[in-house]
Design a protein around this ligand. Structure first.
Ligand code: ATP
Ligand code: MG
Length: 263
């Protein structure tokens, strides 16, 4: 199977100082992280708040610099690429964040929001932009009538579809999803997740998928990595991990999440 993302011994530490009198403290936000995501695969990252999930997402996207280790996308080492070299690869790997009002520019119409990545990365000719916007709207199950609206005139679920549309606009093959449905109503969550699954099949995408919701992870992921204090403590087939966790921490995590869901 083709390797889409390969992360080898990746670490990120922060040096923090609570006050000018206190000693420096090293925070291992990510420590010796190794995993691989294959073509058309979804790897889920779970773990309590502060365990390092977003740190890994940001490292993979080269939004923050690693302290150690190596990142490969599509077989190319991107660990030490300078920003101008990295720019060429930005279109190949996109991120979908948790939806909040600040993710999309409220002054831009849906039309402009979808054209922006197409123009930045020169995806289609100027004369084909309108047609491409219609195609993207269709792919994310939005109607043409939404095209002239502003984010404030759309629901959270519709806005999340625009964010997904912007991610696939660049023909990215790898999409990092950091809590993509956490801010949405339960009824809308399923629709957005099913859209992500549909697009995965249609466009042969791979996802690095972060969620604290086990139901979401079960629905989406082929494999799961469980994180604690910046480290992966257990990784494997999604069903195996959820049905038969080996590590004490994974057992506790699954119990605690099931508790919250049943209360
Ligand atoms: N810029 C920073 N400076 C110092 N420490 C940081 C910084 N960014 C993250 N950290 C620390 O790194 C650790 C991992 O944070 P991270 O955001 O990756 O967690 P997370 O698993 O995504 O949590 P959540 O589920 O709450 O989103 C935390 O202890 C956090 O406080
Ligand atoms: Mg996070």
């Amino acid at each position: 199977m083709n390797s889409i993302l390969k992360v080898d011994n990746l670490s990120k530490h922060y040096i923090s100082k609570k006050s000018i009198f206190s000693k420096k403290q090293v925070v291992d936000a990510a420590k010796n992280i190794t995993f691989e995501v294959g073509e058309n695969q979804t790897l889920g990252l779970i773990g309590e708040s502060g365990s390092g999930k977003s740190t890994i997402a940001n490292l993979v996207l080269r939004l923050i610099e690693p302290s150690n280790g190596r990142i490969e996308i599509f077989g190319k080492d991107i660990t030490n690429l300078k920003e101008d070299e990295m720019r060429k690869h930005r279109k190949d790997i996109q991120i979908i964040f948790q939806y909040t009002n600040s993710v999309l520019d409220p002054q831009m119409t849906v039309d402009e929001l979808l054209k922006e990545p197409l123009k930045i990365h020169n995806i289609v000719k100027e004369s084909e932009l309108d047609e491409e916007v219609e195609r993207l709207l269709q792919m994310v199950n939005l109607s043409s009538s939404e095209r002239w609206k502003f984010p404030g005139q759309l629901s959270g679920g519709q806005n999340q579809r625009i964010i997904i549309g912007r991610a696939i606009a660049t023909r990215a093959k790898l999409i990092v999803c950091d809590e993509p449905v956490s801010a949405l109503d339960a009824s809308v969550q399923g629709q957005v997740l099913n859209l992500l699954i549909k697009l995965k099949e249609e466009l042969n995408l791979s996802y690095l998928f972060i969620s604290h919701d086990l139901k979401v992870i079960r629905h989406m992921c082929d494999r799961i990595a469980v994180m604690k204090n910046g480290e992966i403590v257990e990784m494997g087939d999604a069903d195996a991990i959820l049905n038969n966790p080996q590590h004490e921490y994974t057992k506790k995590l699954i119990e605690s999440i099931l508790d919250i869901n049943t209360n």
